[in-house]
Design a protein around this ligand. Structure first.
Ligand code: FAD
Length: 431
């Protein structure tokens, strides 16, 4: 059995950043990856996808954006190229085509079964990402069999869809982007919008992510957020990686000719029923957007930037079509495809250690897994700060968790205790 000090599972941006942190601390490790480096970006993202975050923000420990378009938005193919270069730059010891099938507690650490090999490590970092599987509502099973169903993980481009109308369920970044792209291909699109996050691409001449960073929103820590579960499950903001439009909101989609309906609540005998509370949902999204813009304006004033920046302004409230249907017969032939843009979920089914909470999620405190010393989690939304949801957040997260892992190894060396499922991890220091 191969012995190593630490195993990192997954060579996405989070696993690679952790590898760099472990190398900095002279911790011997290996990164196990079922595909190639940046596998999710190679195989699970639709080709036209561009990052929502601007290029200047796509930075990793020891690596900043060096191209000539800092305010642009990277296409998925460039994310692959960036991560591939990064893996080389940091000399990450990645074993590609190596699928982890089980991780178990073993004497002195963990036993990992990857392909047909067994490895032993004193610490394991779970960096397999937050978006391995699509998250569907239970009603997905009630879709008539005649309808083609897709998820963002299986969607590539409108050419793969049958002729006919498309129902996109979910108005997050994914939902609005795919609804626009499919509409542009000439198909009639209906978008079912539940709770969503409305934000402009730019405000007062700056990218919205510039404002999120400047105002300190992205730096808000997980242990200071009132409703952490809610923060971790917020839909992604209605943004597109382009500056061709200031805002990609429901008003814009409606102006393009996309039909907006309420949240898809039920499907009974093939009839989709939409919530009648679309106006309230939209009013709430408008209110929250304006709350953030107020915060941005206050910040600009406090930092004496009002003369430098264009003046504050507000966007028109979301218009709701009073004729928006509350029902759609999915057996009528009008709709031939349903695209579930209802979010993603992680897949840790291979983790054979009882560390899940009642909702089936891995219980952790800022990435330190609760109940299994030496086990760490990365790449989850709002893991340690709101920035954890994005690529650049991995810098601070991996620094804090690598420090914790380093002290865990040192304390283990001093006391040589038997590994224990019961000994919960200490809280890492925040960096
Ligand atoms: C649609 C979409 C849009 C996004 N847009 C942005 C954006 O604009 N800006 C931004 O900063 N971030 C964006 N994100 C990225 C998001 O930040 C990352 O998906 C998330 O943070 C997870 O990254 P990761 O490195 O943890 O996981 P991933 O990049 O998913 O990497 C995990 C790796 O683990 C491997 N793996 C999984 N299971 C196993 C196993 N059992 N054995 C071995 N290997 C395994 C996978 O093959 C994969 O390579 C977007 C994500 C999605 C889905």
């Amino acid at each position: 059995m191969m012995q190593t000090t630490a195993v990192v599972v997954g060579a996405g941006h989070a696993g690679l950043a952790m590898s760099r942190r472990l190398t900095e601390r002279s911790i011997d490790h290996v990164v196990l990856e079922r595909g190639e480096v940046a596998n999710s970006w190679r195989t699970q993202r639709w080709p036209s996808l561009r990052l929502l975050t601007p290029n200047w923000q796509t930075r990793l420990p020891g690596h900043g954006y060096a191209g000539d378009d800092p305010d642009g938005y990277m296409p998925a193919a460039d994310v692959v190229a960036t991560l591939t270069r990064y893996a080389r730059l940091v000399g990450a010891p990645v074993r590609t085509a190596t699928t982890v099938h089980t991780v178990r507690v073993a004497s002195g650490g963990f036993q990992i079964r990857a392909n047909d090999d067994l490895l032993h490590a004193r610490a394991v970092v779970l960096a397999t990402g937050a978006c391995n599987l699509p998250a569907f509502p239970g009603i997905a099973d009630a879709i008539p069999l005649s309808i083609t169903t897709l998820t963002p993980l299986t969607y590539r481009d409108p050419g793969q869809l049958p002729a006919g109308g498309v129902l996109v369920v979910g108005a997050s970044a994914t939902g609005v982007q795919l609804a626009s792209e499919i509409h542009r291909s000439g198909r009639p699109v209906t978008l079912a919008a539940g709770e969503h996050v409305r934000l402009p691409r730019t405000y007062r001449g700056r990218d919205i992510f510039w404002w999120m960073q400047a105002t300190g929103l992205l730096a808000e820590r997980y242990d200071q957020i009132d409703d952490l579960t809610r923060a971790r499950h917020l839909p992604s903001p209605q943004l597109t990686g382009t500056t061709s439009s200031t805002i990609t909101d429901l008003n814009r989609l409606m102006a393009m000719g996309i039909r907006i309906v309420g949240r898809l609540g039920r499907i009974i005998d093939g009839v989709a029923q939409f919530s009648g509370s679309l106006a309230n949902t939209c009013a709430l999204a408008d209110l929250k957007m304006n709350r953030f813009l107020n915060r941005a304006d206050q910040w600009a004033t406090t930092h004496s930037l009002d003369d430098e920046l264009p003046p504050p302004h507000r966007f028109a409230p979301t218009r709701v079509d009073p004729r928006a249907p509350l029902e759609l017969d999915l057996t009528s032939g009008e709709i031939t495809t349903v695209l579930w843009a209802t979010g993603f979920r992680p897949d840790h089914s291979w983790l054979d250690i009882p560390v899940r909470d009642r909702a089936g999620r891995i219980a952790h405190n800022g990435g330190v897994v609760t109940g299994a010393s030496g086990l760490y989690l990365l790449g989850m939304p709002v893991l340690r700060t709101r920035a954890s949801t994005y690529i650049h957040g991995a810098a601070a997260d991996t620094s804090a968790l690598a420090d914790h892992l380093h002290s865990f190894l040192s304390s283990q060396r001093r006391s040589q205790p038997a590994p224990s499922l019961a000994s919960a991890g200490r809280h890492p220091s925040h960096s």
